[in-house]
Design a protein around this ligand. Structure first.
Ligand code: UGA
Length: 434
């Protein structure tokens, strides 16, 4: 099957590389020339485990191609994946401008019957609009089928998730096209759930909103645990071992970030509002998350009322471990607040420093060495649970910092370990140790 993937962001690139690895001929199209040039040389513009290796392999096997030319990309394609970004507008609604442009371009360039499969996260009803655009503009009597095939890849384990995902959702009103999609994914042996198009679109938003709800729920319980001297880690194990609850996504911390949960929760709340339903539970989830991201500075100021001129180490810049993505990361908010307080920041991350530098410039110091970050600092804020941070001995905080105050926003250290050291240690939903 000749496959084209339109929009080579994180979803598009992972999808394209993995489909090529299943022995399909895949052409990737993107308007960003420097990105395409880089990919042609086998280098990935994003940090994602295993991706670069598969990229190089499939280019060398002659089944993965990159172009900026829509004509080359869409001509004679049997299946086109739409994987362009759907960023948020200022009011939380979804900006569908890239979806519209790509649908128009596809319509102008297709030369045969084609299945168009949307992987981008789009509001319910969008695939119908895509079909309308294509049918209105297409240059010949080609049969175009539009399918919703949302993705559930996690950054940092996207390649693994492609090959070993929990389910594949195919939303379609054309049984033949669904069957083609099922065959495409058959080698993965992942359960397929077939639905109508609108339900598939909703599954994506509802999944992310539910996961975000779990996180805000556990963070609320953590807040109460702190007041009542209970330990959220133990509470999470206790409730998570009930199969109906499940033990995933119950890690308390300084909130969820990334390019998906914050955007998708707001979009679903908006979508509900559009049909006169006030999604109060989701509104609360979003509110709790905003509060969580502000917790480190609030907790810091309870111990050090003025942070002006104080040296502060921020450990972890990525929104989660395993990625260099800093979009909506808790550390971004923390560092903006610290800059306002006129603190002197040294920020550590094993891979995300260049991205943070682009975002915040050189108003602070950066390092990829934890010891250097901690040197003579008075406050350390842990914002990402990188393995390098979890494995970093607490004794070295004592050695390098001045009277260490640690705000552990990701509960990286066990309380048993903490108690062995003479540090002021504050975490989320667990007793403070002084
Ligand atoms: C999320 C979903 O997990 C994917 O299924 C989905 O495909 C993707 O969004 C998307 O819509 O594209 P991702 O944003 O990569 O994936 O990251 P997650 O691993 O879900 O983590 C999101 C945030 O939640 C991170 O900031 C993480 O630190 C936080 N989190 C996660 C917690 O605070 N506690 C937890 O227990 C779990």
């Amino acid at each position: 099957m000749r496959i084209t993937v339109a929009g080579i962001g994180y979803v598009g690139l992972v999808t394209a590389v993995c489909l090529a690895d299943l022995d399909h001929e895949v052409t990737c199209v993107d308007l960003n020339k420097s990105k395409i040039d880089m990919l042609q040389t086998g280098r990935s513009p994003i940090y994602e485990p295993d991706l670069e290796h598969l990229l190089e392999k499939n280019i060398s096997y002659g089944r993965l191609f990159f172009t900026t030319n829509p004509k080359t990309a869409y001509k004679e394609a049997d299946l086109i994946f739409i994987t362009v970004g759907t960023p948020a507008n200022k009011d939380g609604t979804v900006d569908l401008r890239y979806i519209t442009v790509v649908a128009e371009t596809i319509a102008q360039q297709i030369t045969n019957d084609v299945i168009i499969c949307t992987k981008s996260t789009v509001p319910v009803g969008t695939n119908e609009k895509i079909k309308q655009i294509i049918d209105n503009l297409k240059a010949g009597p080609f049969i175009t089928t539009v399918i919703s095939n949302p993705e559930f890849l996690r950054e940092g384990s996207a390649v693994f998730d492609f090959f070993y995902g929990d389910r594949i959702v195919i939303g379609s009103d054309n049984p033949e096209a669904s069957e083609t999609m099922e065959k495409l994914y058959a080698p993965l042996h992942i359960p397929v759930i077939k639905t109508d198009i609108r339900s598939a679109e909703m599954i994506k938003y509802a999944s992310n909103a539910f996961l975000a709800t779990k996180i805000s729920f556990i963070n609320e319980i953590a807040a109460i645990c702190e007041k009542l001297d209970a330990n959220i880690d133990e509470v999470a194990v206790g409730i998570g071992s009930d199969k109906r609850i499940g033990n995933h996504f119950l890690r308390a911390g300084i909130g969820y970030g990334g390019s998906c949960f914050p955007k998708d929760t707001k979009a679903l709340a908006q979508l509900a509002g559009n049909v006169q339903h006030s999604f109060e539970l989701l509104d609360a989830v979003i509110k709790v998350n905003n509060r969580q991201q502000s917790l480190p500075i609030k907790k810091a100021k309870e111990v050090i009322p003025s942070l002006a001129g104080k040296k502060v180490s921020v450990l972890g810049l990525a929104f989660k471990p395993g990625t260099d993505d800093i979009r909506e990361s808790a550390s971004l908010k923390i560092m903006k607040e610290l800059l306002q307080e006129k603190a002197l920041i040294t920020a550590y991350d094993p891979v995300a420093v260049p991205n943070m530098q682009k975002e915040l410039g050189n108003n602070l110091s950066y390092t990829n060495d934890i010891c250097e970050a901690l040197w003579k600092s008075e406050l350390a804020i842990i914002s990402t649970e990188w393995e390098q941070i979890k494995q970093f001995p607490l004794s070295l905080y004592v050695k390098y910092m001045k009277d260490p105050v640690i705000i552990d926003g990701r509960n990286c250290y066990s309380m048993d370990e903490v108690k062995k050291h003479s540090i002021h240690y504050i975490s989320i939903g667990r007793p403070t140790h002084i």
